[in-house]
Design a protein around this ligand. Structure first.
Ligand SMILES: [Zn+2]
Length: 74
């Protein structure tokens, strides 16, 4: 997974990416194979790495549930 980078920021992405639009997590490979549209809601390239979400909400698990809803502030 280490070779996948964000299409705009070119930031190196981890195995899981979180959607800023619908707050759901999917595998980064699923974003890539979906043309960088969110596999859950279709938002284009609004992904954060899961690790950045966990810096804000440290109680979230290292391995999230695929398709799971993880609110950022609540
Ligand atoms: Zn989404």
């Amino acid at each position: 997974m280490g070779g996948i980078r964000h299409p705009f920021t070119l930031k190196r992405l981890a195995a899981f990416s979180w959607c800023f639009h619908c707050e759901r997590v999917n595998k980064t490979a699923a974003w890539l194979s979906n043309g960088w549209e969110c596999p859950s809601c279709g938002a284009y390239a609004e992904l954060w790495t899961w690790g950045d979400v966990r810096k804000i909400v440290s109680s979230y698990p290292g391995v999230p549930t695929v398709g799971g809803l993880y609110a950022l502030y609540r």
